[in-house]
Design a protein around this ligand. Sequence first.
Ligand SMILES: *[C@@H]1O[C@H](CO)[C@@H](O)[C@H](O)[C@H]1NC(C)=O
Ligand SMILES: *[C@@H]1O[C@H](CO)[C@@H](O)[C@H](O)[C@H]1NC(C)=O
Ligand SMILES: *[C@@H]1O[C@H](CO)[C@@H](O)[C@H](O)[C@H]1NC(C)=O
Ligand SMILES: *[C@@H]1O[C@H](CO)[C@@H](O)[C@H](O)[C@H]1NC(C)=O
Length: 614
Amino acid sequence: MCGIFCLLSLSSAHFEWDKTVHEHLKRRGPNLSRDLTVRGTNPSCRCFFSAHVLHMRGILTPQPFQDNTGNVLVWNGEIFGGVPVMPEENDTAVLSQRLSSCDSPSEILSLLSAVRGPWAFVYYQKAGDYLWFGRDFLGRRSLLWKFDAAVNALTLTSVAAQSSGPDRSAWQEVPAAGVYRIDLKAVTEAGSVTFEFHPWAHGGNDLASSCSETILESVPSGCTAVTNPSGLVLTSPVCPLNTSIPKSLNEKESLSNSHPCVKDLEQMLASKEKNDEVNQLIDVLSEAVRRRVQSLPFRAQDGPPPPNDNASVAILFSGGIDSMVLAALADRHIPAHQPIDLLNVAFKLQVPKKQKEPAKKPGKHKNQPTGFKTDGADYQTSSPFDVPDRITGKAGLKELQDLNPERRWNFVEIDVTKEELQTVRQERICHLVHPLATVLDDSIGCAVWFAARGTGSTMQDGDQRAFTSSAMVILTGIGADEQLAGYSRHRVRFTMSGHEGLVQELAMELARIPSRNLGRDDRVIGDHGKEARFPYLDEDVVSYLNSLPVWEKADLSLPRGVGEKLLLRLAAKQLGLGQSAVLPKRAMQFGSRIAKMEDHREKASDKCTRLLAE
Ligand SMILES: *[C@@H]1O[C@H](CO)[C@@H](O)[C@H](O)[C@H]1NC(C)=O
Ligand SMILES: *[C@@H]1O[C@H](CO)[C@@H](O)[C@H](O)[C@H]1NC(C)=O
Ligand SMILES: *[C@@H]1O[C@H](CO)[C@@H](O)[C@H](O)[C@H]1NC(C)=O
Ligand SMILES: *[C@@H]1O[C@H](CO)[C@@H](O)[C@H](O)[C@H]1NC(C)=O
């Protein structure tokens, strides 16, 4: 993951770094930082590029990457397919080379359409004097924009910072709806900035027009956007969502058992009716994980073999089904002698005040001395960090150890106190989450930041010892719930409006995942100089799931813990997982108990006042 930045300035005003922004960019790309200024044909128009590289692949390639012709590329992405990149090559150099051989806009668009993997980029095309930028179809990398009328400058950046005063809400996420081009010659004449917009499109549907509306709403004030006059589009890397609904519902004999168990899944697997889909999902997801755990920094052939005591891949791990499936598949593709880090975050449970009051009626069970056992709970050994995700995480660890006893699974217990949370939120996380700002953004942003930092403890030789994960790649399970109907609102929608309503809900959720989650998660995880990778949002996985009718993916007439994400649960069972295959969904903010630390009455969609920088 890299930090990229570009300032397009239409005046001669002197540029000065916002120190916080600069610091955040450098944290994303600790290995190499460089700046470069290019002037357009009109000297009063200049582009200042700044790039901060996290070295992941190939030979360390400095950015901004300028080719012989004078084109400049800043690239925050990973090419996992579509455009060939050899293990010893760096994808920045490969892409730059391919871009420089493009003569027309449509060639650039078809090159970008071919790339498989996450990206955000800015590209100065010398011939014609154009500035191109954009994010991939699913918005898996962050890019923000802002126009500052006082100095007549447009800024594009991976990460920003909150500023105080009237400017506070100026940053916005660049909508992941297509690729933009600015004609710098026209800019200089008009003295204002116009984006030509090239939308993503499936063959022949009306996605393009609905996208254009989104764009117009979030164009920075002082700029305008127009759909490119030639009507050029990028070809969507995934097929459209299958919107079929079942013709008859007669085969809906729902399970009478309201306590889901592994047997239900075993019965379904034994019945063979979904076996093809289960195996295909495993194949496509396994390949997505393989690409993401094997595209690691290239090691020189003649050097000594790398020491293997530290993991190169970590997983955000709650022990729930999404992360368990990722762990089981990563196990297939990472050599058995290398450890895998499982990052499990917990926020300290607040001790209810009641328990601190002196006992009024000794002998009653409310105020037992520590160590006394009621209902099987042992208060002496229970820790304030035994939150729901910690408990399921430990159970998940056992399943993985059974699955592959040879592997060292580092279960990293990341314990966060309220004091530390408050300090780091103010210093850093509030800037990373920005411009998103809700209570939910706060909870998830903070939980993911601490989890990704990977500082906690593990059990080693019978002792709990301090441990910091050094893995540069972090797999996250995001996208499974959105595609396989994992959220409780899917059940609500299904109950109210049947399969038709459910399909609409799924279509809407996949469309908004860039603006709801992905930009934020990229900024938060990138802050540790680590790279987030999202196997459930691999193009082939999304395409496969999109091709299936909704009833193959979920059956919400079945109980919680079975019906939602049914296909993934069957896959988990097939992979040899046990009880984790039937765990009901628990959202991270509740599983980690971060939501409990704060005001219980606030709603997830409320603006979060804690995120305001002081
Ligand atoms: C990149 O920076 C990180 C963090 O400073 C460091 O651990 C890593 O070894 C560096 N990689 C290279 C290739 O220099
Ligand atoms: C990046 O890889 C290309 C080959 O794709 C190579 O020619 C180039 O030298 C590499 N860049 C650096 C800085 O090593
Ligand atoms: C493993 O990581 C630790 C920090 O967690 C570091 O001190 C140590 O040098 C690393 N070992 C190797 C072999 O990279
Ligand atoms: C949607 O799923 C149904 C049922 O499996 C299938 O017949 C149909 O061809 C699919 N449609 C598309 C567009 O894939």
